[in-house]
Design a protein around this ligand. Structure first.
Ligand code: R2B
Ligand code: URA
Length: 309
């Protein structure tokens, strides 16, 4: 069973399961989701997670906790008595929180950390028999030619050579995977941001790199064996390829969500304009307010969809 188009409106979604593609799972008695500290034998996953419709992922555990508190108030599901416990408290790799149909999970920094989290998250949603799930990455990024604080909704996620693909070595061979994201979802998010009218939001390509410093052409890492001009040439080439922002997880996120039939989007705020600098020197207050923007947009989007139900 495969989704017909890469573009699906939430309203039209009907009983789309989250699928795994691994025959070995069928013959396993028990499945341990090791880094979450959860498992099919130890936890009733359908009871715990069966009602999940939205999954929000972001790098930092603290941000995902504060997002949960924010979303609880937004969708009026906050219980003043209740704290939101970290569901993965037994393991200190990832943090996970749930309020109503919204699950928030942290993914750490970089492709490998995101990939490990997504393997376990996709299995969790599958074991829990979740249907019609939308997943959103809310994150930070470096912008290209954008005013800092601009929010970018990713059109295509590209690698560091400006190609829309994710490469992984499996059994010693390089396997290439498609990084298509749901174009309807991206448009719906842009529309939602227009209605909100609180900050600039654009749709554009996002480059995903393997490193924050040399991998993103910074001049301020511990090592740098290229010139300022080399850096500018590379970033300008990226800009010409339609790249609006740079971060470190979107290719593997897009590829794995596509393989499992999840409707996915990447929403990142730009913290600085990389054509103008490398160092992160905005004040703490400004940084905090920028960080909130993807949360506000995604929170509003979720609220709108839940109301429409
Ligand atoms: C954005 O910010 C982090 C690096 O500072 C990384 O996880 C990313 O994609
Ligand atoms: N995250 C990145 O990966 N790069 C930046 O420049 C800022 C945030």
């Amino acid at each position: 069973e495969k989704r017909a188009t890469p573009c699906s409106s939430h309203a039209n979604m009907l009983h789309h399961r989250v699928f795994v593609r691994n025959p070995h799972l069928d013959v396993m008695k028990d499945d341990v989701l090791y880094h979450f500290g959860l498992g099919t034998a130890t936890h009733n996953l359908p009871a715990m997670f069966g009602d999940v419709k939205f999954v929000c992922v972001g790098g930092s555990p603290l941000r995902m906790k504060s997002f949960t508190e924010y979303i609880a108030a937004e969708i009026c599901m906050e219980d003043p008595e209740s704290e939101y416990p970290n569901i993965c408290a037994g393991m200190d790799r990832y943090a996970m929180y749930k309020v109503g149909p919204v699950l928030s999970v942290s993914h750490g920094m970089g492709i490998p950390s995101m990939a490990i989290m997504l393997h376990e998250l996709i299995k969790l949603l599958h074991h829990a028999h979740c249907e019609d799930v939308t997943i959103l990455r809310i994150g930070t990024s470096g912008g290209l030619g954008l005013e800092p604080g601009t929010v970018v909704v990713t059109k295509k996620s590209m690698d560091a050579t400006f190609l829309p693909k994710f490469e992984q070595v499996i059994l010693g061979k390089t396997v290439e995977r498609n990084t298509d994201l749901d174009q309807c979802l991206a448009e719906e998010l842009l529309q939602c941001s227009k209605e909100l009218d609180q900050f600039e939001t654009v749709i554009g390509n996002t480059m995903c790199t393997l490193d924050f410093y040399e991998g993103q052409a910074r001049l301020d890492g511990a090592f740098c064996f290229y010139t300022e001009k080399d850096k500018q040439d590379y970033l300008k080439k990226a800009h010409t390829a339609g790249i609006c922002n740079i971060e470190m997880e979107s290719t593997v996120f897009a590829a794995m969500c596509k393989l499992s039939g999840l409707r996915a989007a990447v929403v990142c705020v730009t913290l600085l304009d990389r054509l103008k600098g490398d160092q992160m020197n905005v004040s703490h207050e400004v940084f905090q307010s920028y960080q909130l923007r993807p949360q506000i947009l995604v929170g509003n989007y979720i609220k709108k969809l839940l109301k429409a139900k």
